[in-house]
Design a protein around this ligand. Structure first.
Ligand code: CAA
Length: 291
């Protein structure tokens, strides 16, 4: 069955981006968050983001208005239960995700497929705690969602072939490309990307370079669109740390130990761009390196 209505739980930067992409691809979207403020912020972010596309001539104004009319925001989780597909895009914390799926369960339609946008947590384990491990899988979008081409598809051990094929077709319908990843900690993209960011933190911690030189080295020396420290700030240093911790415990290999400097930034609440401060300070006109 082709999903037509999509529920998205979590109205942060990922949830808002996912909602925008589904709404502009013809799906009816219900975006949920416990915070009314986050819902309003996500809605205006989507309005602004799509208005920019109209300004640039990349989207017709009428198309935009129709897409926005397909999007509703709601603070009551149970209103998502009858959606054909429900994507959880909450904080990268397994307990939070487990509590969300449990709270959703009583209102779920039999046919609903559950997906998690987790960037590292075991799909098999999360699926096993729901009433439908065969209709559960990982659907991992990249940030910024409207721009990035890739979506990782992660099958849990119990995910049915029908669910997998349905999700693959959904990704195609968004105009994005899927890559299949096995269900091991951090899957493919983050298994490679986050240790690189962690290594850049070690280079900073050990004084191999400062923030500016490390970022310039990778941008200009390896043609990365953003330096690793700038990218860490963009992803969120709290998210980077939690992914390192999932790999460190899940793969039981010391090569994944989080850099103490990364831990310190997170402990300070300097979580990157969203917090106004990370490896750069974003509170002024232009980002200022903190080291
Ligand atoms: N939302 C929507 N569109 C955005 C955007 C956003 N947040 N940021 C930029 N864009 C659009 C711009 O409007 C622009 O569109 P046009 O080409 O149509 O004009 C285009 O993207 C390029 O933007 P800019 O010219 O402003 O800036 P840029 O060329 O520096 O590109 C970038 C910005 C696309 C973010 C680029 O820096 C980049 O690719 N960075 C790396 C991003 C990355 O690695 N993401 C993956 C992170 S890992 C992840 O997400 C997984 C995880 O679980 C942690």
């Amino acid at each position: 069955m082709k999903p037509e209505t999509v529920g998205i739980i979590g109205a942060g930067q990922m949830g808002a981006g996912i909602a925008q992409v589904f709404a502009t691809s013809g799906y009816r979207v219900r975006l949920n968050d416990i915070s009314e403020e986050a819902l309003q912020a996500a809605h205006s972010k989507i309005e602004t983001g799509t208005a920019r596309l109209v300004q640039k001539g990349k989207m017709e104004d009428e198309f935009r208005r129709t897409a926005l009319s397909r999007l509703s925001i709601m603070a009551d989780l149970s209103e998502l239960g009858q959606c054909d597909l429900i994507i959880e895009a909450a904080t990268e914390n397994e307990d939070t995700k487990r509590r969300i799926f449990k709270a959703l369960e009583p209102s779920l339609a039999d046919h609903s497929i559950l997906a998690s946008n987790t960037s590292s947590i075991s799909i098999t384990r999360m699926a096993s705690q729901t009433d439908r491990p065969d209709r559960f899988m990982g659907l991992h979008f990249m940030n910024p969602v409207p721009v990035m081409q890739l979506v990782e598809l992660i099958r849990g051990i119990a995910t049915s072939s029908e669910t997998f094929e349905t999700m693959k077709a959904v990704v195609d319908s968004l105009g994005k490309t899927s890559a299949n990843a096995e269900d091991y900690p951090a899957f493919i993209v983050n298994r490679v990307l986050i240790p690189m960011i962690n290594e850049a933190c070690y280079a900073l911690y050990e004084g191999v370079g400062n923030v500016v030189s490390i970022d310039a080295a990778l941008k200009l020396g390896a043609n990365h669109p953003m330096g690793p420290l700038e990218l860490g700030d963009f992803i969120g240093l709290d998210t980077c740390l939690s992914i390192m911790n999932v790999m460190y415990s899940g793969l039981a290999d010391s090569k994944y130990r989080p850099c103490p400097l990364l831990v310190k930034y997170v402990e300070a609440g300097w979580h990157g761009r969203k917090a106004g401060r990370g490896f750069y300070d974003y509170r002024g006109e232009a980002p200022v390196p903190t080291r």
